[in-house]
Design a binder for this molecule. Structure first.
Ligand code: ARG
Ligand code: GLU
Length: 689
């Protein structure tokens, strides 16, 4: 019996790593994972994934802009990313006469590609462990503040030395494992990046906020760019003389397709996770922060939706604003639910009890209790801060007033700030939002966590509605003509505008009363978390720990797999064009596909054209646009989302539920060819099969 149990145990521990596809691993340390990856089907070597001596897959992956990922797909600088990553650039090129967002954009030759000032792509040249150099001069007798200055000075010296060649290099030192380890990242940053193609939004954003974070999904979430360089292949400002960048490496595209069980590998830049957080930190997120922020955003979204439904002009003005409010709003709902369903807080508490037991008599003794106290001290202040960001900070008129003050009295700057504000401003929404969120602020925040100005004004005026009128009726800044006519002589009038008065009252309150407490506790929390992270690594000696995401390049590997979102339901991992046609509805904005796509479908033979697929890769925000790679290292998809029920993977990864959503590369090829008539682009791509 005992032997059987033992065997079972051996068996269980042996298969466990095969199930769990958790982890976002550092490419430079991929040799530690490569055996596991190969056991799961990967056919390449660690050197193929990451190498500083020879071209490797990392050379075909870029940080796109400041928060997405992209991949090189030709020897002439052609790059794929998501539609939602290219969105603002596509929008900037759009006007009433040529609405590329609505109709899509396809350069028919290189001369038609559109430059995007400000857009950069960053290639990772190398990453290396610089922990001892960063901590040089640090001694245990030093305070946390002294440690910080040592770290900062050493990091500055390291990044300076690393960027000496001057050819577009950028370097940063990033803390990993809460500062137990430091890595230097050196990037080469290219700044002439041109738009090559984008599908119409009705394909690139198909499903909109309705389908966002959900499966089954049918979004053609891609856009295409090209990187340009000077004649020596180095970064350069935009110039007509620049030539297509010649990458060290680009992906071959596989058209062989995916099926359940296939190995998948996502190479990209996840933004932020906290997998090693303590129970109180997680409890605050799922029981306090997420629900409160969701409730506040619901108020604003309801107002926006009502007005957007009544007027097409308002829908255009607010669609991008509503999309960004809605994105986190929906994610938080899935996250809080997932944490609750997995009983994460109690699982963590249980872990902490075992940890504390083990920690007795070590330097980690009492650490968990200490962290608990720190969070108890921080949370009321932090909640007030989050209320501030989700209420007063969201009133459009107030932020506008502040930007205007920064621009004033430079007439040109004032005019451009005002033009862009009024273009997408609908005052009734802002006023209704004001009443809704400020009323919630008043009711939910304890009196000691309200700005004195707010309490006094409310007492004086009698109601939130009266406060709204005080701000909106009293402000000069709601009237575009009035703003445009402001001159330097109006200085005094601008300075006493009630919109600025409220903006400043809240900002000062945050700055003087909340921030010092939050920052003070946070620095104690970082110190305690650094110890707790090291403690967890010492406690579980045999476990492989990956560092929390921080927008540095990571490898996540897994496989194509469906999931069961609820009892009695199973989701297959692949969606097809047939599903798009089933959702198609000209009366519903999010599901109204281009007529051209209907016509193509009507030709017949496209029912099983693949569109998206699910896999078990551990990804996060920032992984948008990441290449999804098969066992041979070839490109099979572009990552763009996760499933709603699994969004708690930023805090805890449940292999049963957590899935990333990718665009099938064959749908991208289909769109280039049939929607864009731009199949000339295939000539420069390399196909694996
Ligand atoms: N959920 C994805 C992400 O977090 C896509 C967001 C863009 N799409 C949208 N419908 N808002 O970025
Ligand atoms: N859409 C997200 C992004 O923009 C990726 C989805 C996620 O959070 O996993 O990065």
């Amino acid at each position: 019996m005992k032997r059987h149990l033992l065997l079972l145990l051996v068996f269980l521990t042996a298969i466990q790593p095969l199930r769990a596809d958790e982890g976002m691993w550092l490419p430079a340390l991929i040799s530690q994972r490569i055996a596991d990856m190969q056991a799961k089907g990967f056919k390449l070597s660690a050197e193929d994934v990451y190498s500083v001596n020879q071209a490797s897959l990392k050379d075909a992956v870029v940080l796109f802009g400041s928060g997405c990922t992209g991949e090189l797909v030709s020897d002439e600088g052609l790059l794929f990313t998501n539609h939602h990553c290219g969105y603002s650039y596509i929008q900037r090129h759009s006007s009433v006469d040529h609405d590329y967002l609505k109709d899509g954009f396809w350069a028919m030759n290189r001369n038609e590609e559109l430059p995007n000032p400000g857009l950069t792509v960053s290639f990772l040249e190398r990453m290396e462990d610089v922990t001892s150099a960063v901590l040089k001069g640090y001694g245990p007798s030093m305070s946390e503040a002294q440690r910080d200055s040592v770290v900062r000075a050493n990091s500055a010296a390291l990044t300076k030395a690393a960027t000496a060649d001057g050819k577009g290099l950028r370097a940063s030192v990033e803390a990993l494992y809460y500062g137990n380890q430091y890595f230097l990242f050196v990037f080469r940053v290219y700044r002439d990046v041109r738009l090559v193609g984008a599908p119409p939004s009705s394909i690139g954003k198909f499903g909109g906020d309705t389908d966002n974070w959900m499966w089954p999904r049918h979004t053609g979430d891609f856009s295409i760019f090209r990187i340009y360089a000077d004649k020596d292949n180095n970064p350069a400002d935009y110039s007509a003389d620049n030539v297509p960048y010649r990458p060290k490496k680009s992906f071959k595209i596989s058209r062989a397709g995916v099926k359940e069980g296939d190995f998948t590998f996502v190479y990209g830049c996840p933004g932020s996770t906290k997998e090693y957080a303590m129970s109180e930190d997680v409890r605050y997120v799922s029981e306090v922060s997420d629900p409160q922020k969701i409730a506040l955003r619901t108020l604003r979204l309801d107002n926006m939706k009502k007005h957007m439904g009544e007027s097409p002009a308002v829908r255009i003005q607010y669609s991008s604003k509503a999309a960004s409010v809605s994105n986190a709003w929906k994610k938080w709902q899935g996250e809080a639910k997932g944490i609750d369903k997995n009983d994460v807080v109690n699982v963590k508490r249980d872990y902490e009890r075992r940890f504390s037991e083990w920690a007795k008599g070590t330097r980690y003794d009492g650490l968990v209790e200490k962290l608990g106290e720190l969070f108890a001290r921080r949370n009321p202040y932090y909640l007030a801060y989050e209320y501030y960001t989700e209420t007063a900070r969201t009133i459009e008129l107030l932020s506008f007033a502040s930007s205007l003050r920064n621009a004033y009295p430079d007439a040109d700057a004032v005019h451009s700030v005002a033009e862009s504000f009024f273009k997408d401003y609908y005052q009734p929404i802002d006023e209704e939002n004001f009443v809704a969120v400020m009323d919630a602020f008043d009711k939910k925040m304890p009196d000691e966590f309200k700005p004195a100005w707010f309490k006094d004004k409310l007492a004086e005026l009698g109601s939130i509605e009266a406060l709204r009128d005080y701000v909106f009726k009293g402000s000069l800044l709601t009237d575009k003509a009035g703003v445009m006519a402001l001159t330097a002589d109006d200085k005094d009038k601008v300075a006493v505008d009630p919109a600025l008065e409220m903006y400043d009252a809240f900002y000062r309150w945050y700055y003087d009363e909340l921030r010092p407490v939050i920052n003070g506790v946070n620095s104690e929390i970082s110190l305690a978390y650094r110890d707790y992270m090291q403690g967890q690594m010492d406690f579980e000696k045999d476990k492989a720990f990956y560092p929390d995401a921080n927008l540095t390049l990571r490898v996540a590997y897994g496989h194509v797999e469906g999931y069961s979102p609820a009892d009695g339901v199973y989701y297959y991992p692949v969606s097809t064009l047939k599903g798009i046609i089933e959702k198609d509805n000209p009366d519903i904005f999010d599901y109204d596909i281009p007529q051209k796509l209907r016509d193509i479908y009507a030709e017949g033979g496209y029912e099983s054209q693949p569109v998206c697929f699910l896999a078990t890769n551990h990804t996060s925000g920032g992984n948008s646009g990441s290449p999804v790679i098969n066992a041979d290292g070839n490109l099979i998809g572009i990552n763009f989302d996760r499933v709603w029920e699994g969004t708690m993977s930023d805090i805890v990864f449940d292999p049963e539920i957590c899935r990333n959503i990718s665009l099938d590369i064959r749908y991208l090829l289909f769109c280039i060819d049939r929607i864009g008539n731009a199949s000339y682009l295939f000539d420069e791509m390399n196909f694996a099969d």
